[in-house]
Design a protein around this ligand. Structure first.
Ligand SMILES: [Zn+2]
Length: 234
């Protein structure tokens, strides 16, 4: 079975390679240390976690490695339900996002849905350019649409960094608005008044979160065309 060994089919070859790969091996050793620390602080920590989750927060953030939901909010495992994608875009045809939203709102009964963008977002900066990046250009098109909606304001900003950061803010606001337009949020609002949608920005340079003040917990600001009547039952 020499050939198997050479190809790593029995596992030994690739395990050896990975053990020598520092960035990979570090993850597993860090995990051991983290588990030890948690158990030291609370011997029941993992037993409690294993029983289930009841987070009150749904976080929809950017996939950027610098904006991890739990770390920036000082929350523990079990406290935040998380969905992340490039540039925290919320599209009503995205089954992945809709499934997360539906489960969070209707099963977990979260009280706060937070769209969290961040200054210096590479996805937003890419959307501002005319360069092709590949498949991602189709995803970033949604942000170009946000630009078009606010071009009267954005075209007047000459500093590129400021322009990106303002589009980051406008993008978060639009994506939060997109969530409010979904049947999931609108139907939930008809049944409960403790569900909020928020828009936040993380300033990576300071670590601080800025609340954009666009929070909503009813359909009043949606606009006539988006507001849906209760679904008819037959
Ligand atoms: Zn980003």
């Amino acid at each position: 079975m020499k050939n198997d060994d050479k190809n790593g089919a029995n596992g030994s070859a690739y395990k050896l390679t990975l053990a020598n790969n520092q960035s990979y091996a570090k993850l597993l050793s860090n995990n051991r240390s983290w588990v030890d620390k948690q158990v030291e602080q609370d011997p029941e920590f993992f037993k409690t976690l294993a029983k289930g989750q009841s987070p009150e927060i749904l976080w929809i953030g950017c996939a950027d490695s610098r904006v991890p939901a739990n770390e920036v909010t000082g929350t523990k495992p079990g406290e935040v339900f998380v969905h992340r994608n490039i540039a925290n875009v919320c599209v009503h045809t995205d089954m992945n996002m809709l499934s997360v939203l539906d489960y969070a709102v209707n099963v977990l009964k979260v009280k706060h849905v937070i769209v969290a963008g961040h200054y210096g977002c590479g996805g937003v900066a890419a959307a501002l350019s005319n360069k092709q990046f590949g498949l991602i250009d189709n995803w970033l098109r949604h942000i170009k649409d946000v630009y078009r909606l606010h071009s009267h304001e954005l075209d007047r900003i000459t500093d590129q960094e400021q322009k990106v950061n303002r589009l980051v803010e406008l993008n978060v606001t639009e994506q939060a608005y997109n969530l409010c337009k979904t049947t999931i949020i609108q139907n939930a609002w008809k049944e409960r008044d403790d569900l909020f949608v928020h828009g936040w920005i993380i300033d990576i340079a300071t670590g601080l979160i800025k609340d954009l003040g666009v929070s909503a917990n009813n359909s009043n600001q949606l606009g006539y065309v988006y507001e849906l009547s209760p679904a008819e039952t037959h």
